[in-house]
Write a protein that binds this ligand. Structure first.
Ligand SMILES: Nc1ncnc2c1ncn2[C@@H]1O[C@H](COP(=O)(O)OP(=O)(O)O)[C@@H](O)[C@H]1O
Ligand SMILES: [Mg+2]
Length: 344
């Protein structure tokens, strides 16, 4: 096994028995490796099996088949007491925060360490340190209902850190928040990753979230992991055609693209190019003219930052008699090219 690996899921299956006849295969033969220090994203549509897969990491969900290794320890073979210990090293945060409404913010955090070796006084000191860390010490005596969504998620993060975990699992933790608050929570997660060397497993259906903070991604669809790779690679050179389709369809500009694609004439062919906005690619369209004498029409172009790199997507139109060798030549240059047709 890879020595940097902190979490290894080996051929995980999860089947839910619906009734006597039918079973739902929520996770199918999923394997992945997460290294120490990763911010590892699991992306996919709702119902893809993301939560079920991630809940096997601390065995909140026992896999029907397969093994779960955390720190080289096979959790599926541990005694109940050892599993309780191992779980302490894995914190979790959720979309709906899961705070206890009848306890103050400080008491919410103390609650999760009340059986630890710390004295009562130390537990309160620890809770206050954590609240200070997430910028909420002044709110220690208020109740969850008195906080905004972003503040509640900060409390949930502070609580998840109370047992000094090595791993934080974030299951759609920003999905109920507005974009600006989402960014402040993502910044906080990044800080935990760099300052505390916390490994983060982050489930999201929002591609913008994955682009912003994950260094690696696994793409799930219908219970299967389609592909796993560095975030930049997933968005610029997906290896699996289904991944390419998923990331295009789930992207914010897809509606614009569909509108433009709908307007194409019978003699036009539309291609979506994805490439890094570097010097070599600045002359891309000129090169197409020089090498093939084709004049690509630019219909739409956008650039965004992924893992600190500038990535451009350009929708071009070519006449139907374009030279076929143009496509492999672009791929050779590391440009992802997808022909676009009207969605059925
Ligand atoms: N405890 C459960 N019992 C039965 N079916 C479940 C259970 N948990 C999840 N499922 C089903 O498994 C599939 C995957 O769900 P989930 O892992 O929550 O997907 P995601 O997190 O990607 O939205 C869905 O069809 C869901 O209805
Ligand atoms: Mg889920």
């Amino acid at each position: 096994m890879d020595s940097k690996a902190l979490i290894t899921l080996n051929h995980i299956d999860v089947t839910f028995q619906q009734n006597q006849q039918t079973a739902l295969h929520a996770v199918k033969d999923a394997s992945l490796t997460i290294n120490k220090g990763d911010i590892y994203g699991i992306i996919g549509d709702s119902g893809a099996g993301k939560s079920t897969l991630v809940r096997t990491i601390n065995l909140l969900q026992r896999p029907t088949n397969g093994d779960v290794f955390v720190n080289q320890q096979n959790l599926t073979t541990l005694s109940a007491a050892d599993l309780r210990q191992a779980r302490k090293k894995i914190g979790m945060i959720f979309q709906h925060f899961n705070l206890m409404a009848s306890r103050t913010i400080e008491e919410n955090i103390v609650f999760s360490i009340k059986r630890s070796a710390l004295s009562k006084k130390q537990q309160h000191e620890k809770a206050q340190q954590l609240l200070a860390y997430v910028g909420l010490l002044d709110k220690k005596d208020v109740y969850p209902r008195q906080l905004s969504g972003g503040q509640k998620q900060r409390v949930a993060i502070a609580r998840a850190l109370a047992n000094n975990p090595e791993i934080l699992i974030s299951d759609e933790a920003t999905s109920a928040l507005d974009p600006k608050t989402t960014n402040t929570i993502l910044d906080l997660l990044k800080r935990l990753n760099s300052e505390l060397n916390l490994t983060i497993v982050l489930i999201t259906h929002e591609l913008s979230v994955a682009k912003k903070i994950c260094n690696k991604l696994a793409v799930m669809q219908h219970g299967e992991i389609l592909e796993q790779n560095e975030t930049l690679r997933i968005f610029t050179q997906p290896q699996n055609p289904e991944t390419a389709t998923f990331i295009t369809q789930a992207s914010a500009e897809n509606r614009v693209l569909q509108q433009l694609i709908g307007q194409q004439t019978a003699t036009e062919r539309l291609f979506l190019l994805t490439y890094e906005a570097n010097t070599a690619n600045q002359t891309l369209l000129v090169d197409l003219y020089q090498d093939y004498q084709v004049i690509p029409k630019v219909i739409y172009s956008t650039t965004e930052m992924i893992q600190g790199r500038l990535i451009t997507k350009t929708l071009i139109s070519l006449t139907e008699n374009y030279p076929e060798s143009l496509i492999p030549a672009l791929q050779q240059r590391g440009i992802q090219i997808m022909q676009q047709t009207k969605e059925a």
